[in-house]
Design a binder for this molecule. Structure first.
Ligand SMILES: Cc1cc2nc3c(=O)[nH]c(=O)nc-3n(C[C@H](O)[C@H](O)[C@H](O)COP(=O)(O)O)c2cc1C
Length: 139
């Protein structure tokens, strides 16, 4: 099973998580700006990770889903993660990403995972990187 992680980052925290997940899964890792739909056919498992911006995914990640529109990912597995503040009204990017994934025909392989940052620019809260281990269930 070949896996790919597509991520966006502004301050580096989401990138750090993406790199951690890539190690767990031995997955390829690309930034949102590098996405070419034609090159995605070889992958079986897709993981999309975004910082939470205004209760939603980042602008860069929104562009990815615009690019993927019209392509079918039936039979492929996917999930999402985000980085976000750990407050009640923070919203999150990953739930929004999951609904895009369903529309593209992906089967949702696991619940979205939220990684908490301490402030707008990070860093990740203590122990958050431990959560990357959850992605080993996708192997
Ligand atoms: C423009 C902007 C809007 C943001 N909006 C939210 C938000 O609605 N909810 C939230 O939890 N965090 C919000 N944040 C904080 C981000 O979640 C945080 O910057 C991000 O997790 C850091 O990831 P990165 O280092 O990969 O960019 C916002 C940050 C920016 C820059």
């Amino acid at each position: 099973m070949k896996a790919i992680i597509v991520y966006d980052t502004k301050f580096g925290n989401t990138e750090q998580v993406a790199e951690g997940i890539a190690k767990v899964l031995n997955a390829d890792l690309i930034k949102v700006t590098e996405v070419d739909p034609a090159k995605l056919k070889i992958y079986d498992i897709f993981i999309f990770g975004s910082p939470t911006h205004a209760w939603n995914m980042s602008g860069g990640m929104k562009k990815v889903f615009n690019k993927l529109k019209g392509h079918s990912f039936e039979g492929k597995k996917a999930t999402a993660f985000d980085t976000k503040l750990n407050t009640r009204f923070a919203g999150n990017a990953a739930t929004k990403i999951q609904s895009k994934l369903k529309k593209l025909g992906f089967s949702i392989a696991m619940k979205p995972v939220h990684f908490f940052v301490i402030g707008r620019e990070g860093p990740l809260a203590d122990g958050e990187m431990e959560k990357v281990k959850a992605f080993s269930t996708l192997k």
